[in-house]
Design a protein around this ligand. Structure first.
Ligand code: HEM
Length: 438
């Protein structure tokens, strides 16, 4: 535990599982992650509504209560299996096109980038049952602009965070930051407007069975759980949360599998034992793939894609490790450090999915500390998309393992994690996908 100062704010940093546990177990009814001033500044400037990251208090609680429907539970996520498998079909087609275009005939030059396109396509399809063309050889202009704007907004937000406010009208960063968000909102608004039109048209012609519900947003809107304005504030924040996270996690997973042929062979065996290559893996198959789930868990332990999180406890003083902290203290939860702590995870730097597998009673390892690796956060403010993200990553990984052996391209070398809001590879991850014969 140590303190630091950022932007004249005192932060209390916590970097071990027992400390994280103490703070998270004392959180309020309406937990606050961070003041999110920068994101709110854009919404206020453009008179745009807040979403799940930016709202607080009772308003957040109500919004979150609505958003939890058809999203929070594993059985909710299972509803999206067919949609995800459709997107995975297209991912495989595009993968083979990219491989064929490479000199060796089997290589993809930048996996994180490719997975970004997959994850954006997948989340848009889940939210709207609408395809946005990310996996087509020629990506539509709107989608390209959206992808560029996300990068642009994040890059400029770093400058804006560290520069004093008075520089905003003088330097280009603030305007670029706002422009980035504007394009992101425009993309969301267009998707929503199309959805509203579709819902209206269906209402006009609805038969005795009512309107055919398609996609998460359609469900929330037609059931009156979300107003159009709430949907407008929510959508960009869901797109922000649901793309970089799953795409980078998948990239780290394949990086480690490509370096460990024995592990990859065991995973291949497990997957085809449950779902032979001619069968598309389904939600229920995943329950019989413990190694596959352990590989993703271990990836998120070594590379918690959200490397630090935060909590501000506003309602009461809290005690942590014998120290008393006043109301409104901001705690930084250092997940990256905690999940590499050797007192929680022996040999913490090595990639060992087996540490997550239940062994026989005789050699059972000591139970893991419940706060040793919490990549999706904790409690009522924990990740909304956890179950969908897990399903998406498991289905894609299973499909890849059925059909390919993944090998690190020689030029890739060693990859290190870089904390850029989310944890990203420090250089391009090039991989070869060798088609399996069986
Ligand atoms: C590997 C994938 C993902 C990881 C590791 C991840 C991780 C996280 C973490 C650590 C938080 C903060 C939780 C807390 O403060 O306790 C969070 C919040 C959130 N995530 Fe995820 N996430 C992932 C994917 C997704 C996806 C696919 C969606 C989209 C549906 C999503 C939507 C959200 C939302 C809306 C929040 C804010 C919740 C709130 O403040 O009420 N996430 N996520």
């Amino acid at each position: 535990m140590w303190t630091s100062i950022m932007d004249s704010k005192l932060l209390v940093n916590l970097a071990s599982a027992p400390l994280l546990e103490q703070v998270m177990r004392q959180e309020d009814k309406y937990p606050i992650r961070d003041t999110m001033e920068l994101w709110k500044a854009h919404r206020d400037y453009q008179n745009m509504p807040y979403g799940p990251f930016t709202t607080e208090g009772h308003q957040w609680y109500q919004l979150r209560h609505a958003l939890n429907q058809r999203m929070l539970k594993p059985t909710d996520a299972a509803l999206y299996t067919d949609a995800l498998n459709d997107v995975i079909d297209d991912f495989i087609v595009r993968l083979n096109q990219i491989r064929a275009e490479s000199v060796s005939g089997d290589q993809v030059p930048d996996m994180a980038h490719f997975f970004y396109h997959f994850a954006l396509e997948a989340i848009c399809y889940i939210l709207f049952e609408k395809r946005v063309g990310c996996l087509e050889p020629l990506i539509p202009e709107d989608t390209v602009n959206f992808i560029r704007s996300v990068g642009f907004m994040f890059q400029n937000s770093i400058y804006v965070t560290f520069l004093p406010k008075w520089t905003r009208p003088l330097l280009p960063f603030w305007k670029r930051y706002l422009d980035g968000w504007d394009t992101i909102f425009l993309f969301g608004k267009k998707l929503l407007d199309e959805k509203f039109k579709e819902v209206d048209a269906q209402l006009q012609t609805a038969g005795p069975d009512g309107v055919q519900i398609s996609g998460y947003m359609h469900f929330l809107l037609t059931n009156g759980l979300l107003s159009p304005r709430e949907a407008l504030g929510t959508l960009p924040e869901l797109l922000m949360a649901g793309v970089d996270t799953t795409s980078n996690t998948l990239a780290w997973t394949l990086y480690h599998l490509s370096k460990d042929s024995e592990l990859q062979a065991a995973l291949h065996k497990e997957v085809v034992g449950v779902a032979p290559p001619e069968k598309v893996p389904q939600h229920k198959d995943l329950a019989q793939m413990p190694l596959l789930r352990a590989v993703l868990k271990e990836t998120l332990r070594l590379y918690p894609v959200v490397p630090t999180n935060s909590r501000i406890i506003t309602e009461k003083e809290i005690q942590v490790d014998g120290y008393l902290f006043p109301k409104n203290t901001q705690f930084v939860l250092c997940h990256y450090a905690a999940s590499r702590d050797p007192s929680t995870f022996p040999d913490p730097e090595s990639f060992q999915p087996h540490r997550w597998l239940r062994k026989s009673k005789v050699d059972a390892p000591k139970a893991q500390h419940p706060f040793g690796s919490v990549p999706f956060g904790y409690g009522v403010r924990g990740c909304l998309g956890r179950r969908v993200a897990e399903l998406e990553m498991q289905l894609l990984l299973a499909r890849l393992m059925q059909h390919y052996e993944v090998v690190l391209a020689p030029e890739t070398g060693e990859i290190k994690p870089l904390a850029r809001i989310v944890l990203v590879p420090n250089k391009k991850l090039a991989l070869r996908f060798l088609k399996r014969q069986c």
